[in-house]
Write a protein that binds this ligand. Structure first.
Ligand code: PAF
Length: 299
């Protein structure tokens, strides 16, 4: 597996493959890899070659966020990518991505405005900028993004469409632990009690989806259902994630940023469930911010 540090070397490497008519699948990551990332590598396996990137992008972190604390495990990451059959990894350093005098940013599309756009202003500007830079260095035929970061996937889809980037964006399903917790590099920050409470996110989504399948179509009702579960007020759901030593009901999430049902394409508020929708949640367990979502397909 080649480890490439410069954008020019990366571009030469990818063009040498593409000029032979080969497809190249890109898996962009910030490292601290887990099975969720490896599932993206697996999905990219339908391309002739897979290239991954590892770069903890400072411009998508807000000053009060966990950039310095963000987990870094480069050697293990490279080993995992090699074992997964990745042909090359682009690992630029900070100076190569943001050299002195850097001042050009990508204005994110409309779909970046709600939800994370409100809670984390500036975040998507950092994401669109770095992803466009990665796509310039790795002009892949396909790029793979997890739907766990649902809004990020939609933002990148829109940016690529709007700016005529020739890479096809593929959204891949969220990978979960056997008890339902969505895989995330941030899960490692959770202590055992917080890890149990983190299950409230997937429980809330499952409960909401079940109500929807059972015929509940009132968005307000479904959102209330999500919030009740997240706050630990739904006794049945709370009991299933109860304390280690019994079924003492647990405390809910410490802060809910949003728990909403929105249009699956624009992520804007819906007045009725008459088109594909997605239930989205973001909030805190302790100091750890978690997100999760569930698509609600209208048949
Ligand atoms: O999802 C991530 O890991 C990051 O936001 C990405 C897409 C690699 C850009 O830094």
């Amino acid at each position: 597996m080649e480890v490439i540090h410069s954008p020019d070397d990366a571009r030469r490497y990818v063009w040498s493959l593409r000029s032979q008519g080969r497809t190249v699948g890109l898996v962009p990551t910030m490292g601290a890899l887990h099975e969720g990332h490896l599932s993206l590598v697996k999905a990219a396996g339908t391309c002739d070659s897979t290239v991954a990137t590892i770069f903890v992008n400072p411009t998508q972190f807000r000053p009060d966020e966990d950039l310095d604390k963000y987990p870094r495990s480069l050697d293990e990451d490279l080993e995992q990518l090699k074992n997964a059959g990745v042909k090359a990894v682009f690992v630029p350093d900070q100076e190569r991505m943001y050299p002195e005098g850097f001042s050009s940013y990508v204005e994110p599309p409309e779909v970046a405005k709600p939800l994370e756009g409100i809670c984390r202003p500036g975040h998507f500007r950092g994401v669109t900028t770095v992803v466009l830079k990665l796509l310039q260095a790795i002009p892949a035929s396909h790029a793979y993004f997890g739907k766990k970061d649902y809004q990020q996937w939609r933002v990148i889809e829109a940016m690529v469409r709007d700016l005529n980037v020739g890479t096809k964006i593929i959204g891949c399903p969220t990978l979960r632990e056997s008890d339902g917790l969505a895989l995330s590099s941030r899960n490692r920050y959770l202590d055992p009690e917080q890890r149990r409470r983190a299950l409230l996110l997937s429980k809330a989504l499952s409960k909401t989806e079940a109500e929807f399948r059972a015929g509940e179509t009132q968005i307000e009702e479904l959102q209330q259902c999500m919030r009740r579960t997240l706050l630990g007020l739904d006794n049945a759901a709370a009991a299933t994630v109860g304390s280690e030593h019994g079924s003492t009901p647990i405390q809910g999430m410490d802060k809910i940023d949003y728990a909403a049902i929105v249009a699956a394409d624009t992520l804007t508020t819906l007045s009725s469930l008459d088109r594909p929708a997605v239930a989205v949640i973001a909030g805190y367990i302790g100091k750890t911010r978690l997100i999760d979502n569930r698509e609600l397909n209208i048949s």
